[in-house]
Design a protein around this ligand. Structure first.
Ligand code: AMP
Length: 381
């Protein structure tokens, strides 16, 4: 059974094909084919994506004989809102629910809807499954869900959801397997540090706290997003004439590593500039790791302890300096890194010191594989 995964983001689209056979697959399994498109600006995204998908069965690099070999298509959908809390086979009412929530996450959910429409055209009749980044956080308790504004906000649907759930969940399961321990016995803090950054507190496999909220803007400092700031800044700026749309752009696109360093939203470029004694780049790194460290401690407090600390996604997997700086202040929680292992990570690696009370792991994000598995589970019955 072949499953195509479309991971349509605001700035790129990843497409991958997985093959499920009769026997057990390795976990994680590698795709038999994958492509990534980075969006540059005003290109025609639907036709660019269509060309990539058609490469699967047409042209000299074809990996399947015809589109009918694809049994199902899985999509990453960033925001499921309050209604969509499990992977679901897409029908017109699911599409409408995804469109309804796109008011909260416009860039992300519209990209997923375009992907769904494209598959309807290219592969008519093939079951499509939506897998939501918010779904894993459906177990957040009320005190981690409701904002301390007027209660009426909550009644209107303004509440915390949390994101990156597909990867937070995958990492928790992967950690238990790597450590040969029962997930149900573990208190885990996962640090998803990519272009977007969020933490999750996972108790016995259930998400009990996370740093992103109503939108993927709350919490940690990110590539171009501010993360949490004093909301009084917003009312101050609005009174001074900044519009809602301008605030949205400032907070989502002109803040974070980019906004502070003035160099780049990419941690590699920020670290390089800091090495060259660019003071604002150094400040950007220091704010990033200061907030990361406080966030990890807050997640540990929500859990009442921490057995495992996981670093994942672009920065989490690749930046030993970030892991080092975040862990340096966490000795009091029992976190101690093995510096040799931390500076030579290869694949999923235990980087904790022998005497560390907390296991510190680096785990490669495998979102597409996680989506393919959920899609397989729903459509192979
Ligand atoms: P992701 O969203 O998971 O693809 O992560 C992308 C981000 O990871 C980039 O914008 C960089 O900030 C970061 N990144 C990737 N490779 C490295 C690296 N070797 N060192 C530091 N940061 C990196």
């Amino acid at each position: 059974m072949k499953i195509l995964v479309l991971n349509s983001g605001s700035s790129s689209q990843k497409t991958a094909l997985f093959e499920f056979g009769a026997g057990d697959l390795p976990d994680p399994a590698l795709p038999i084919w994958e492509r990534k498109l980075e969006w540059k600006g005003a290109e025609d995204r639907q036709s660019a994506a269509a060309e990539i998908i058609e490469e699967l069965w047409g042209g000299s690099n074809a990996v399947i004989g015809s589109p009918s070999e694809i049994s199902a298509v899985g999509h990453r959908v960033v925001h499921g809102g309050a209604k969509l809390t499990e992977p679901v086979v897409i029908d017109p009412s699911v599409k409408q629910s995804i469109a309804d929530v796109s008011e909260i996450a416009p860039l992300h959910n519209q990209a997923a809807l375009q992907g769904i429409d494209l598959v309807e055209k290219l592969l008519p009749g093939i079951p499509q499954v939506a897998v939501f980044d918010t779904a894993f956080h459906r177990t957040l308790p009320p005190h981690a869900t409701v904002y301390p504004g007027p209660y009426e906000w909550f009644e209107r649907g303004i509440r915390r959801f949390g994101f990156h759930g597909i990867n937070h969940e995958y990492c928790a399961h992967r950690a238990a397997r790597l450590l040969k321990l029962e997930l149900s016995s573990l208190k885990i803090v996962t640090c998803h540090l990519g272009n977007g950054c969020s933490l999750a507190a996972i108790d016995g496999g259930r998400s009990v706290d996370t740093t992103m909220g109503f939108t993927p803007l709350e919490g940690l400092m990110m590539g171009t997003r501010s993360g949490s700031i004093d909301p009084g800044i917003l009312t101050y700026l609005m009174r001074k004439g900044t519009s809602g749309d301008q605030l949205d752009s400032l907070l989502n696109h002109q803040s974070g590593l980019m906004g502070i360093s003035g160099v780049s939203s990419d941690m590699r470029a920020v670290l390089k500039a800091a090495d060259e004694e660019n003071a604002r780049a150094q400040l950007a790194f220091d704010i990033f790791t200061h907030r990361l460290k406080s966030g990890i401690a807050a997640m540990a407090a929500s859990l009442g302890g921490m057995d495992v600390l996981i670093f994942t996604a672009g920065i989490g997997e690749n930046s030993s300096q970030t892991r080092d700086a975040a862990c340096a202040g966490l000795k009091f929680l029992g976190v101690s890194l093995n510096h040799d292992k931390n500076s030579s990570v290869d694949g999923d690696t235990d980087v904790s010191a022998a005497d560390s009370k907390v296991k510190v792991l680096v785990i490669r994000a495998q979102e597409d594989w996680a989506i393919a598995q959920k899609c397989f589970a729903l459509t192979s019955l």
